[in-house]
Design a protein around this ligand. Structure first.
Ligand SMILES: Cc1cc2nc3c(=O)[nH]c(=O)nc-3n(C[C@H](O)[C@H](O)[C@H](O)COP(=O)(O)OP(=O)(O)OC[C@H]3O[C@@H](n4cnc5c(N)ncnc54)[C@H](O)[C@@H]3O)c2cc1C
Length: 389
C-alpha cells in the first residue's frame, strides 16, 4: 500500500494557514482529549452523565471564555478558538457544548453587555470554572421564533420580577448562574439569575438519546425577584441574544469537523483491517468512494470554517455567513457519522466504536442554536431580501 503523502484528516492542508500559536493550542487540547476524554467519554455517554470532574482541567487549559479579553480569559484569535472546539468535539460534542455555552453564551453576554461590576463579579470565576453558567432563550412553545418570548420581567420597586420557563438549556441543572432572556415593557432584556434565588428552579432533562454526556435542563421562574444589579445594562432587544448565538455557532462550525474526523479516522483503520471476500474492506471501490466522500465533506467544512475565521478576524463576519457554515458543516458531519456507522456493519451500533455516539450527538448539534431549516432560511433571506420565517 502507498504511504499517504498528505494528512488524511486535512486533505487540502488547511493547517498550513494556522500560526505556530494556533497549532500549539490545537496540540495541547488534542493531547488532553486523548489522555483525559477518550478513556472516559463512552462511559459518560452510556451513564447519561456530564463529566463535571473535567471542568477544572478544561479551565486550566484556558478554554473557558477563550476568545474574550481580560478577566482571566485567554484572548485567543478566531482560528485558535475554532481549533479548540474542533479538538474538544473530536472527543465528544458534549464537551464542546459545555465550553461553548460557558464561553459564548454566558461569559460573552456579560463581557459585551454587562457593567464593569458584573464583569468583575462573574467572569474571572467563570474562566476558572468555579462558576458554571447557562443561557436561557428557548421556551417550551418553540425555539425557532425567539422573538415570541413568553417569559416576562416587570419592574417592582428597584427590582424585577421574572416569570416563565425555559426548555432544553445546556448546563441548565448544574449552572450557578443563568443568563435569562425575558420580555419587558422596554423590549427583550437579559437577566443574570443566580441559583438559590427564591422561585428559581432547574431540573435535568433525562432520557435523551443524544448528547448524553451533556447536562440539559429546564428552568422555571415563579416571580423570581432579581435586583437591578443583575440586569445586563447594554442588552436591549433580540439582537443581544442573537449576537451571543453568532459567537457560539462559530464554535460549532469548527467543532463538528472534529466529530467527523474522529469517525473517518476510525473507519480508515477499521476498513484496512477487516477482511471480507478475501481482501480488506478498504480495497472495495464502494468503500473507497464512501471514505473519499467523507474526506471531501470534511475538507470543504475545514475550508469554510477557515474562511469564516478570516472574516471574523477582519471584523466582517455576518450572521448569514455563520448560518451557511453552521448548516453546511453540521450536515457534513452528520452525513459522515451516519455513513461511517453504516460501514461498521453490526459493530456500528455498538458504543465500542465512536460513530454512533457522534451521530446521535450531531442530531442535537444540527438542531440547537438554530435548526438546519432556520439557517437555510437565513441564507435564503440574505439572497432574496425577503424573510420567509
Ligand atoms: C441538546 C440541546 C441543547 C440545547 N441547549 C440550549 C441552550 O443552552 N439554550 C437555549 O436557549 N436553547 C437550547 N436548545 C434549544 C434549541 O436551540 C432549540 O431546540 C432549537 O432552536 C429548535 O427549537 P424547538 O426545539 O422549539 O423546535 P421548533 O422551533 O418547534 O421547530 C420544530 C421544527 O419546525 C421547523 N421550523 C420552525 N420554523 C419553521 C419555518 N418557519 N419554516 C419551516 N420549518 C420551520 C424547525 O426547523 C424544526 O424542524 C437546546 C436544544 C437541544 C436539543
Amino acid at each position: 500500500m502507498n504511504t499517504p503523502r498528505i494528512d488524511r484528516l486535512d486533505f487540502l492542508d488547511a493547517a498550513s494557514h494556522f500560526s505556530e500559536e494556533d497549532r500549539a493550542i490545537q496540540d495541547s487540547v488534542a493531547r488532553w482529549v486523548d489522555a483525559r476524554v477518550l478513556p472516559v467519554i463512552r462511559g459518560c455517554f452510556e451513564q447519561h452523565r456530564f463529566p463535571r470532574e473535567l471542568v477544572g482541567e478544561i479551565a486550566s487549559l484556558g478554554l473557558l471564555g477563550a476568545s474574550l479579553e481580560g478577566y482571566g480569559c485567554a484572548g485567543l484569535g478566531p482560528v485558535a478558538s475554532g481549533l479548540l472546539c474542533q479538538e474538544l468535539e473530536r472527543g465528544d460534542s458534549a464537551l464542546r457544548s459545555f465550553v461553548s455555552v460557558q464561553g459564548s453564551l454566558c461569559m460573552y453576554p456579560i463581557h459585551t453587555y454587562g457593567s464593569e461590576e458584573q464583569k468583575q463579579r462573574w467572569l474571572p470565576a467563570m474562566a476558572r470554572g468555579e462558576t458554571i453558567g447557562c443561557f436561557g432563550l428557548t421556551e417550551p412553545h418553540g425555539g425557532s421564533d425567539p422573538a415570541n418570548l413568553h417569559t416576562t420581567a416587570r419592574r417592582d420597586g428597584g427590582d424585577w420580577l421574572v416569570s416563565g420557563s425555559k426548555m432544553w438549556i445546556t448546563n441548565g441543572s448544574i449552572a450557578d448562574i443563568a443568563v435569562v432572556w425575558a420580555q419587558t415593557d422596554e423590549g427583550i432584556r437579559g437577566f443574570v439569575l443566580e441559583r438559590g434565588m427564591a422561585g428559581f428552579d432547574a431540573t435535568e432533562i433525562d432520557n435523551k438519546f443524544s448528547l448524553r454526556a451533556s447536562n440539559t435542563g429546564a428552568l422555571f421562574f415563579d416571580n423570581v425577584r432579581v435586583p437591578q444589579a443583575n440586569v445586563l445594562p447594554g442588552a436591549l432587544g433580540l439582537k443581544a441574544p442573537l449576537s451571543c448565538l453568532t459567537q457560539a455557532r462559530y464554535g460549532i462550525c469548527w467543532g463538528v469537523i472534529g466529530a467527523a474526523q474522529a469517525c473517518l479516522a476510525e473507519l480508515i483503520d477499521y476498513t484496512a483491517t477487516r477482511e471480507l471476500f478475501g481482501r480488506p474492506l478498504a480495497q472495495n471501490q464502494a468503500i473507497q468512494l464512501r471514505l473519499a466522500e467523507a474526506s471531501r465533506r470534511i475538507t470543504a467544512a475545514q475550508l469554510m470554517a477557515l474562511q469564516l475565521a478570516r472574516l471574523k478576524e477582519a471584523g466582517r463576519m455576518t450572521p448569514a455567513q455563520v448560518s451557511m457554515v453552521k448548516w453546511n458543516n453540521c450536515r457534513a458531519a452528520l452525513d459522515v457519522a451516519r455513513d461511517c456507522r453504516d460501514m461498521l456493519g453490526g459493530a456500528g451500533i455498538s458504543a465500542e466504536y465512536a460513530p454512533i455516539r457522534h451521530m446521535l450527538n450531531l442530531e442535537s448539534v444540527i438542531t440547537y442554536e438554530g435548526t438546519e431549516t432556520i439557517h437555510q432560511l437565513a441564507v435564503g433571506r440574505e439572497l432574496t431580501g425577503l424573510a420567509a420565517f
